[in-house]
Design a protein around this ligand. Structure first.
Ligand SMILES: Nc1ncnc2c1ncn2[C@@H]1O[C@H](COP(=O)(O)OP(=O)(O)O)[C@@H](O)[C@H]1O
Ligand SMILES: [Mg+2]
Length: 265
């Protein structure tokens, strides 16, 4: 479903600020894979997401989605195949528009041509059904301006907007990090439910190791622009935070590593 081949990304090449953000990244995801991604600040996680979604182009290498080469396809052309949720609850939704207008926009984005904006009764019923499944009462607030929602509610709506059109790839970039623990737990639970219901192929960046272990069928650890650990289904089942830290120690050649070392800057 997703095929990343030999991707390298260098910022400010040939200047004193040169930064190699990604080095020879190879990654293949099968349909329905739910991959959690961890790694320190600056490891290249967001850059990888940006390259998959077409926000930026790699200097070397290639991204394919569903077998289709994405090279030179800009972000807006790829958005019909990709759903994305960011850390900032404000990023995924438009505050001055209502819940149903936001959903209509997400629906239009998933269509190949034109901006099909209208909210028909049939479509409204579909929106309400999807909102109902979130279980937080948004189905009764279709005409509420999104700017009036709480951060958790907005992030739940962002998640729905990114997923209800069943994209080929779902990209989640620390999408629970800005929320308080109980709201983060809600969004995590909804994420698991939606990914499983729609069988979505998902890459989820998280700074929470325990969550990275608990969710999904595969775990990737990034460090300094490389994938340094890739743990698949069978091995992931008996993974613990201790084992993960131990693996990191072995790779880095460091002793007494704790989760702050792995996840910090
Ligand atoms: N637009 C940019 N211009 C210059 N450097 C960037 C840019 N985006 C990211 N970087 C650098 O690339 C590296 C990887 O960043 P990023 O992918 O955001 O890491 P992560 O998401 O794992 O914390 C960092 O050193 C960061 O400073
Ligand atoms: Mg990041």
């Amino acid at each position: 479903m997703l095929n990343i081949h030999n991707v390298t990304k260098i910022f400010n090449a040939d200047t004193p600020d040169e930064k190699i953000a990604l080095t020879n990244i190879d990654l293949q995801l099968e349909k329905g894979d739910f991959v959690t991604v961890i790694g320190s600040n600056g490891a290249g996680k967001s850059t990888l997401m940006n390259i998959i979604s077409g926000v930026m182009q790699p200097d070397i290498g290639q991204v394919k989605i569903g077998g289709k080469d994405m090279s030179n396809l800009p972000e807006y052309r790829r958005s019909q195949w990709i759903g994305r949720v960011f850390q900032d609850p404000m990023a995924g939704t438009s505050p001055s528009m209502t819940i149903e207008e936001n959903l209509a926009l997400a629906y239009a984005r998933s269509k190949k041509r034109g901006l099909r904006l209208g909210v028909t009764n049939k479509r409204r019923a579909i929106f309400r059904e999807h909102l109902l499944k979130l279980g937080i009462g948004l189905e009764n607030r279709l005409n509420a301006k999104v700017g009036l929602l709480s951060g958790g509610e907005r992030q739940a709506l962002s998640l729905l907007m990114a997923t209800f059109t069943e994209p080929q790839i779902l990209l989640l970039d620390e999408h629970t990090a800005a929320l308080d623990p109980s709201r983060a737990e809600l969004i995590t639970r909804l994420t698991k439910q939606i990914v499983e219901d729609f069988h979505l192929t998902t890459l989820m960046v998280t700074h929470n190791m325990e969550q990275a272990i608990r969710l999904g069928n595969r775990l990737i650890m990034m460090d300094k622009g490389r994938i340094i650990l890739d743990i698949k289904t069978a091995d992931k089942q008996d993974l613990t935070v201790e084992k993960l830290l131990h693996e990191f120690e072995k790779i880095r050649g460091e002793k007494f590593v704790d989760d702050r070392v792995v996840l910090g800057s």
